[in-house]
Design a binder for this molecule. Structure first.
Ligand code: ATP
Length: 365
């Protein structure tokens, strides 16, 4: 079973909410649609579920075009979040609840409840009511209720958004395990990158109705294909500094100038050999990859520390060179004080370069 979207488009009047997207979700694969508010994630999911008609394009389930099928006929399970449980019903009855509309026999319902209870390790608590359950158990029952109809694929819209931080962390791991066992194609909509990075086999990053990149969590983080994905994935955000290529020598040592007279030289060839002197680029470097130097070096930018934020094991420093804000994360033991001058080095092996049209020219190897 697979989900395939071909040039799927949704227009609301003059607004194009989803703009000709192509997407494949493999059998047993968990794909997260990730993007800022309003980028079209929910609309995409609703078109797969049949709750929203596509303006153009195809929704294919298991190789069959289902655009004209009603939601029920598609046999997909869409849940918007893991709903609260019915307090007066036992765990078993809560699990069985969605099956009553299906007109199944009592024996079949019992069989399904037993299966789901086994998958989610709820067997020992089937007779309890929600008030007798720990929070994590309640959430497992709620997950169970959304999977018990045994649909051919699962669609979740912000499933963890209502949970507190600690429970979210627990549930991310649990859901991932459960989904792996179920081996159905699954699409999860989220605007929370941590959720996507931990639960997904692949992430589709969306912006303005389009898909910017589809890749594994590792690759969207490590090799973002454009400036948007680079800035969107990763906290604290990647430093993105506009620069002009002054030139490069035969050894591949490139000379970049920044607004405000500063410049630095780093060895980033062969990428820059594709550019002419004067080319506008953006240098990208993650806050954990910037390095500090007491003395100015050829590959450093001189900055002043504006603010120091302790983050437990690490410290986040906000710096400024008069024109650009930079963020640096370092071990908490490194003494940093507001007002200090610091030379921040751009190591070539962690510096990304983006072209003027915002596409990646060079990923950090
Ligand atoms: P969020 O995380 O905020 O839900 P999203 O990425 O899921 O965002 P959608 O809900 O899919 O985004 O919305 C995409 C765009 O389509 C938004 O601009 C939204 O206002 C618009 N939109 C969604 N549903 C409708 C509708 N029924 N009528 C008109 N416009 C709509």
């Amino acid at each position: 079973m697979t989900i395939k979207l071909n040039k799927l488009t949704k227009r609301f009047g003059s607004l194009t909410a989803v703009d000709a997207i192509d997407l494949d979700v493999g059998d047993g694969e968990v794909l997260c649609l990730l993007g800022p508010s309003g980028c079209g994630k929910t609309t995409t999911l609703r078109m797969v579920a049949g709750l929203e008609a596509a303006t153009e394009g195809d929704v294919m389930l298991g190789g069959k075009r289902v655009n004209e099928l009603a939601p029920r006929q598609r046999n997909v399970a869409m849940s918007f979040q893991f709903y609260a449980l019915y307090p007066s019903l036992s765990v078993a009855d809560n699990l069985a609840y969605p099956l009553h509309a299906e007109k199944l026999s009592g024996a079949e319902i019992e069989k399904r409840v037993a299966q789901v209870a086994k998958t989610l390790q709820l067997e020992s608590i089937l007779k309890r009511t929600p008030s007798q359950l720990a929070e994590g158990e309640k959430q497992r029952v709620a997950v169970g209720r959304s999977i018990i109809r045994d649909p051919q694929c699962f669609l979740f819209d912000e499933p963890l958004s209502r949970l507190d931080v600690q429970l979210r962390e627990e549930m991310r791991g649990e859901i991932k395990e459960v989904l792996q066992d179920l081996s159905r194609p699954t699409v999860i909509v989220t605007h929370d990158q941590l959720e996507a990075l931990t639960m997904a086999d692949r992430i589709a990053v969306m912006r303005d109705g389009r898909i910017e990149q589809v890749d594994t969590p590792h690759n969207v983080f490590q090799t973002p294909s454009n400036l948007f994905v680079a800035g969107f994935i990763g906290t604290p955000q990647m430093n993105l500094i506009p620069a002009t290529l002054k030139g490069s020598n035969g050894d591949g040592l490139a000379d970049f100038a920044f607004e405000g007279e500063q410049s630095l030289k780093i060895k980033v060839d062969p990428a820059v050999s594709k550019l002419s002197p004067g080319a506008k680029v953006t240098l990208g470097i993650r806050p954990r990859n910037l390095e500090m130097s007491v003395e100015p070096t050829e590959d450093s930018l001189s900055t002043k520390i504006d603010m120091v934020e302790p983050m437990g094991a690490e410290t986040l420093a906000h710096m400024h060179d008069g024109y650009h804000d930079l963020r640096l994360v370092t071990d908490w033991r490194v003494p940093l004080s507001e007002g200090d001058l610091m030379h921040t080095r751009f190591p070539p092996d962690t510096t990304h370069i983006f072209t003027e049209d915002e596409q990646v020219l060079r990923s950090a190897p």
